[in-house]
Design a protein around this ligand. Structure first.
Ligand code: GLY
Ligand code: MN
Ligand code: MN
Length: 470
């Protein structure tokens, strides 16, 4: 055996044993979810009744992914589950879970059901009932309720049923009995990650970096986009990811300028630019990481010129990202650097202030710089005013764009990009088919903003060295 194949073999063995040793995706303890429910209940007005729905099983051919907001408050991994929260009843009766009935004949085909016993022992319900019981229970409890807070899990049929129940009471009442959508309140809670979430997010990021390292040596002429994609999916799943954080984007050449290209079915052409936007989900938390580099690992002068602008834009965005900064300041900083850079290269022409005012940079930088990450890759939470009290009147809300201020526990991306398609008007063909995005994940701490993914090289010399090494 050639010594190099032996070495590769040993490395594979090592990787395999490392992945076998990976812990299964953890289940945070019931106290974590109980604390979140307690926090939510404390925010609700007196006499509130909250109903939350996990939503239906959408597609029996794929693995069920629990609804993120329902999961956030319950940790319940089963569809067709309903939670009832009654903040004003005595402790020990406030949390009822309605779950599918145990039924071995059905479970033998589709898997074990949690059932009512485990709903209490493993998921912390005070009371556990079969989901058929929900309507009857709701009708009973709502007699004492003065407002309904509904999270419908995107299930229109469920929403209609609950509202029909509630309206029976409301139509007989002399006082007004409002219904509120609970989703924005949960979304604002999800904006600030607790220590359990931060640990899972860090793990999702670390695993995603491993996936990127696995892809780098495969970016060789004649290989396929699919090989890189497969290696990254393999790395995530071997690390106990249940799934990818989103459909991987491995776009080379003409596909590097398509923001959400996910076919990964093209052969890698020598020197073509690749945008690799891929990340794992871990314990339900999504990372979101992009690196861009050319097939074969050697940047051309044009690729380097564009890359350096995008990298400088990301650094400028990060420089603005301090606790208390407003979201739009990050975006504005990336725009400033990108417009300067493209003017200098003659790709944009004209007056800088006008280009920014007319948003003409959007021909090459058509997306935002940042979004929240968490249970969803584009996570819940407003970008406007970070904390809207649940009872805030609409006129108290400020809809100025991206005014949310960075506060400890928030997690977000900074991901500027420049994409120059073939036939771009008035652009020298030497720039065509260069798409570059650099995306990292950040966590706001008390005193600083930490980059979680920046240990994966971004500077060209480091990237080139890394690709050469393979
Ligand atoms: N991966 C999707 C995004 O970057 O927002
Ligand atoms: Mn992103
Ligand atoms: Mn991304």
């Amino acid at each position: 055996m050639h010594p190099r194949s032996l070495l590769l073999g040993l490395l594979c063995l090592f990787n395999l044993s490392a992945s076998l040793a990976a812990a299964p995706s953890p289940e945070p303890g019931t106290e974590v979810y109980a604390a979140r429910r307690a926090k939510l209940m404390a925010m609700l007005p007196k006499g509130a009744m909250a109903v939350l729905n996990a939503g239906p099983e959408i597609d029996s051919n794929s693995i069920y992914r629990p609804d993120s907001s329902f999961w956030y408050l319950t940790g319940m991994p089963e569809a067709q589950t309903v939670a009832l929260l009654l903040p004003d009843v005595p402790v020990g009766q406030r949390y009822t879970l309605f779950t599918q009935a145990k039924n071995w004949e059905k479970e033998q085909w589709t898997g074990y059901r949690i059932g009512q016993t485990q709903a209490k022992t493993r998921y912390g319900a005070d009371i556990a009932l079969v989901n058929d019981e929900f309507s009857k229970q709701m009708l009973e409890h709502m007699r004492d309720a003065s407002s309904l807070w509904l999270y419908d899990g995107g299930d229109a049929k469920f929403r209609e049923q609950v509202l029909a129940n509630w309206n029976k009471r409301a139509s007989n009442s002399i006082t007004s009995l409002p219904v509120y959508n609970l989703a924005p309140t949960i979304a604002e809670m999800r904006l600030i990650k607790d220590p359990t979430e931060i640990a899972l997010l860090r793990h999702a990021v670390d695993l995603s970096l491993k996936a990127h390292y696995a892809a780098l040596p495969l970016a060789q002429a004649g290989a396929g986009e699919w090989g890189m994609r497969a290696a990254m999916i393999g790395t995530c799943l071997a690390g106990a990811s249940a799934r990818m954080a989103y459909s991987p984007i491995v776009g080379s050449g003409v596909n590097s300028v398509v923001l959400h290209y996910d076919a990964a079915n093209q052969v890698l052409q020598p020197g073509a630019m690749i945008v690799n936007d891929t990340a794992c989900e871990y314990g339900m938390y999504a990372a979101d990481v992009t690196r861009s580099y050319p097939v074969g690992g050697k940047f051309s002068a044009e690729q380097k010129a564009i890359y350096d602008i995008v990298l400088a834009a990301q650094n400028a965005g990060y420089a603005k990202a301090v606790p208390g900064a407003r979201m739009h300041e990050i975006f504005d900083a990336t725009v400033d650097v990108i417009v300067d850079g493209l003017l200098k290269l003659g790709i944009l022409k004209g007056n800088k202030a006008e280009i920014i005012a007319e948003r003409r940079y959007r021909s090459f930088y058509p997306h935002g710089s940042s979004h929240w990450i968490g249970l969803d890759v584009h996570d819940a939470g407003s970008y406007e005013v970070a904390r809207v009290p649940v009872d805030a009147a609409p006129h108290l809300r400020n809809y100025a764009p991206a005014q949310a201020q960075l506060r400890a526990g928030m997690a977000f991306t900074i991901e500027p990009g420049i994409y120059i398609p073939a036939d771009a008007k008035d652009v020298d063909p030497k720039w065509w088919n260069i798409g570059i995005r650099i995306e990292d994940d950040y966590l706001v701490n008390a005193k600083n903003v930490e980059c979680l993914s920046c240990s994966l090289p971004r500077a060209i010399p480091e990237l080139e060295r890394l690709m050469r090494k393979h």
